[in-house]
Write a protein that binds this ligand. Structure first.
Ligand code: FDA
Length: 508
């Protein structure tokens, strides 16, 4: 179905006199490609996408978005909304199906206002986490927000799916602190928490992006942090007992003082001794307190790691954001304002949830699978549970993975050219299938923000069937899937907002 972009553009102009042409890009426009790919952090989706968007709109006014929805409905084309563009499968700017679409790119919707008196913030839907963290730190040394680590991730997608970060044991997820929102619905109405009602307000806090409408702003409560916190990134090789340490970590990760979050990451590296590929574990850690207190917590609960003062650095919360994003802490915090992705490569990610510790033998058998992949970067990241994260009911938000988990697993593979894609995908799928006996089952749970189209796809990006969608829907949302379907049926019965893994209405 070929759609003439001029027809769509004319419709936009007739709907909206508010200089909309200045923010509409068709393939004829010389900056079309650079805008299309500017926030692309993963080269894989675009390399296989069958169609480019008909048009990209970078609205700076709500009426532009309303016009985009009206005209897309009129012409029967889809809308993809993009905030930070970090969707693992690129669903905010590509479509694996052959259905024509336009992109509403919210880069100009990124203003943030902080109210230190009430400890709240309004954040527009296209802002990045880096912009948010920067703005908070500009206003206060003791307020913060609990969300993801990568500063170029957008709040539009991230808050729509959960939002796990280095303070999640203390505070839970980003969605646990959203107190209001503004959304433009399928009829072009601008709704806030009161006018959208508690059902839709529940659904947008974790039910996944791109399903319920276009979030134009979130209101969050800011969180209190000490002026000085402590971080460490301790790396151990297999020769330095990485396996035994990780094994022990599983017994303390979710039980240790909730001010402390230790997030190990296993990666492959060239051994400095013989040049062969080996694995190492890096224990990325944040403690909401000073170094002496941290050392006493570690001595009590995890002495095996032999943490000493020299491994640790005291710093402010905003410096810790730089630290975990891989910047030197001497770097200006203004680097957080850049929207250019920090690493650009071919990438595939997957997730799992672990409820029973894995034995040392089990870990060693997993390492063997990891070492099968020799020339790309592979990683397994272990995100601990416990604390606030596990106290919140699994029905409080659509994100259902709460009590009973010790940690969430993230698998990642990164490579440099499309010719390697098939081999890397085969490798990560084999590892995932091997992991089945160690992780949650019935359903095998997955994190919607680590989106994975291997779990299933709606019919060619078109109207999904409930049955097909429930396969991946129950993995992402468990019993909350049913409620999400009910709410979708209420607010968007014709299934206008959809993608390969959106929530279907009952009618379809
Ligand atoms: P993007 O713009 O691609 O949107 C993702 C989805 O949400 C798409 O379906 C899109 O249409 C929809 N959407 C976007 N804006 C919307 C809006 N305003 N209204 C409605 N729908 C909207 N996660 C985590 O929990 N903790 C972490 O530390 C990290 N770290 C991390 C690092 C890196 C490098 C990547 C690539 C990803 C992560 N993530 C993560 C995963 C991240 O949370 C996830 O990819 C988010 O969906 C990205 O949100 P963006 O807005 O950037 O994506």
């Amino acid at each position: 179905a070929w759609i003439n972009h001029d027809v769509y553009l004319k419709c936009l102009q007739s709907q909206n006199s508010n200089s909309i042409s200045k923010v509409a890009y068709t393939p004829k426009n010389s900056s079309f490609s650079s805008i299309l790919l500017s926030s692309e952090q993963n080269l894989r989706p675009a390399s296989t996408a069958p169609l480019k968007p008909t048009l990209i709109l970078t609205p700076f006014h709500e009426s532009h978005i309303q016009a985009a929805i009206y005209c897309a409905k009129k012409q029967g084309i889809q809308i993809r909304v993009r905030s930070g563009g970090h969707d693992y499968e690129g669903l905010s700017y590509t479509s694996p199906s052959k259905h024509p679409f336009v992109i509403v790119d919210l880069r100009n919707f990124s203003s943030i206002s902080i109210d230190t008196e009430s400890s709240t913030a309004w954040i527009q839907g296209g802002a990045t986490l880096g912009e948010l963290y920067h703005k908070i730190a500009e206003k206060s040394k003791t307020l913060a927000f609990a969300a993801g680590v990568c500063p170029t991730v957008g709040v539009g997608g991230h808050f729509s799916g959960g939002g796990y970060g280095m303070m999640s044991r203390k505070f839970g997820l980003a969605v646990d602190h959203i107190i209001d929102a503004k959304i433009i619905d399928v009829n072009g109405r601008i709704l806030d928490r009161q006018s959208m009602g508690e059902d839709l307000f529940w659904a947008i806090r974790g039910g996944g992006g791109g399903t319920f409408g276009i979030i134009i702003a979130w209101k969050v409560e800011l969180l209190p942090v000490p002026e000085i916190i402590t971080v460490f990134n301790l790396t151990k090789t297999l020769d330095q007992n990485a396996t035994q340490l990780l094994h022990k970590w599983q017994y303390i990760a979710d039980k240790i003082d909730p001010n402390l979050l230790i997030r190990p990451r296993i990666t492959n590296v060239n051994s400095s001794q013989n040049g062969k590929i080996t694995l190492q574990a890096t224990f990325n850690s944040l403690f909401l307190g000073g170094v002496d207190e941290l050392l006493s917590v570690m001595n009590r609960s995890f002495p095996e790691l032999s943490l000493v003062k020299e491994d640790c650095t005291e710093m402010s919360w905003i410096e810790s954001i730089l630290f975990f994003a891989g910047f030197a802490t001497s770097e200006s915090v203004d680097v957080l304002l850049s929207r250019i992705p920090l690493g650009i490569a071919y990438f595939k990610g997957k997730s799992d949830f672990v409820k029973q510790p894995i034995s040392e033998n089990g870990l060693e058998a997993i390492w063997k699978r990891m070492l099968e992949e020799v020339d790309g970067l592979v990683e397994m990241e272990f995100s601990p549970y416990g604390g606030r994260l596990s106290e919140i009911s699994e029905y409080a938000t659509p994100f259902p993975h709460r009590a009973g988990n010790i940690y969430m697993l993230h698998y990642g593979a990164v490579w440099g050219s499309s010719s390697e894609s098939e081999e890397k995908l085969t490798w990560i799928r084999r590892l995932y299938s091997y992991m089945a006996s160690y992780v949650s089952s019935s359903p095998r749970e997955a994190y919607v923000n680590y989106r994975d189209l291997d779990l299933g796809e709606n019919n060619d990006g078109n109207h999904p069937s409930y049955k097909v969608a429930s396969i991946w829907g129950t993995k992402y949302f468990k019993n909350n899937f049913e409620r999400l379907v009910h709410i979708k049926t209420e607010v968007d019965p014709s299934d206008f907002f959809r993608n390969e893994q959106s929530i279907p209405p009952f009618s379809s």
